[in-house]
Design a protein around this ligand. Structure first.
Ligand code: NAP
Length: 245
């Protein structure tokens, strides 16, 4: 599916990003695994190499332009091209409005939204020269619905949808597609710490009756990142068990 394709996956050290990287590598992609500490993706790289694939770890904070430039340089120096970018790195800093501090707002916007912008701007330069690219942004069901205690996070994800569409318009002529995948409640470290009551309330709202797994998201990301999805751009694909329609 991804033979000869090089994929940069941000936030590949755990959760959804880790699963996306492993899923694409199993289908032939060469992986550039990005997280803040390269040691955190070392096991993933070993796993891919032991299975006969190719991968490297690159340390970068996606909200820092110089770090992002370093990712691009390392990827190009090592593999010569970048075909796929998955903007997956993300954080939450939850609080109800009166307690939502400036730094909690800034941190979430800087990583979730500005980070995706910095990666897209840098990597789309490579893709437009190649006349080929697939960019997939990880948004969220709460960016569509809103959620108490997550004004910063929901704003970052709704903003990412606007960016997805704008970038899709700008980059389409160069055969670069830009889409989003909006996960619902997926079982990862991000959701593991939520109070039992919140988990129960969420579950009651999911028609399929179960929480999602990272592999559910990975399959959707891989489809939008594939050559076969070449006539789809500017789309946000929900992977939420029917939680929001
Ligand atoms: P997670 O388990 O907490 O993993 C987050 C990943 O992002 C880690 O690999 C982390 O790497 C990386 N990251 C955070 N800040 C970074 C930064 N400044 N620079 C580079 N990497 C950074 O979260 P997850 O649940 O897999 O979420 C992945 C994405 O899906 C996020 O964008 C999240 O908003 C979205 N999402 C998740 C759910 C859900 O239910 N889990 C639902 C909707 C959307 P290090 O900390 O190792 O650097």
């Amino acid at each position: 599916m991804f033979k000869e394709r090089v994929a940069v996956i941000t936030g590949a050290s755990r959760g959804i990003g880790h699963c996306v990287a492993a899923y694409m590598a199993e289908r032939g992609a060469t992986i550039v695994a990005v997280s803040r500490n390269a040691a955190d993706t070392a096991a993933l790289v070993d796993q891919i190499e032991n299975a006969g694939g190719q991968a490297i770890s690159v340390a970068a904070d996606v909200s820092v332009g110089a770090d992002v430039d370093g990712v691009v340089k390392t990827a190009i120096d090592t593999f010569g091209r970048i075909d796929i970018l998955v903007n997956n790195a993300g954080i939450t800093r939850d609080a109800l409005l009166p307690r939502l501090k400036d730094d909690m707002w800034d941190e979430v916007i800087n990583i979730n939204l500005k980070g995706a912008f910095l990666c897209t701007r840098a990597i789309s330069r490579v893709m437009t020269k190649q006349r080929y690219g697939r960019i997939v942004n990880i948004t969220s069901v709460v960016g569509q619905m809103g959620n108490a205690g997550q004004a910063n996070y929901c704003a970052s994800k709704a903003g990412l949808v606007g960016m997805t569409r704008s970038n899709a318009i700008e980059l389409g002529r160069r055969n670069v597609t830009v889409n989003a995948v909006a996960p619902g409640f997926i079982e990862t470290d991000m959701t593991a710490g939520l109070p039992e009551k919140v988990r129960e309330d969420m579950l009651a709202r999911i028609p399929l009756g179960v929480f999602g797994q990272p592999a559910d998201v990975a399959a959707a990301v891989a489809f939008l990142a594939s050559e076969e999805a070449g006539y789809i751009t500017g789309h946000e694909l929900s992977v939420n068990g029917g939680m929001h329609m």
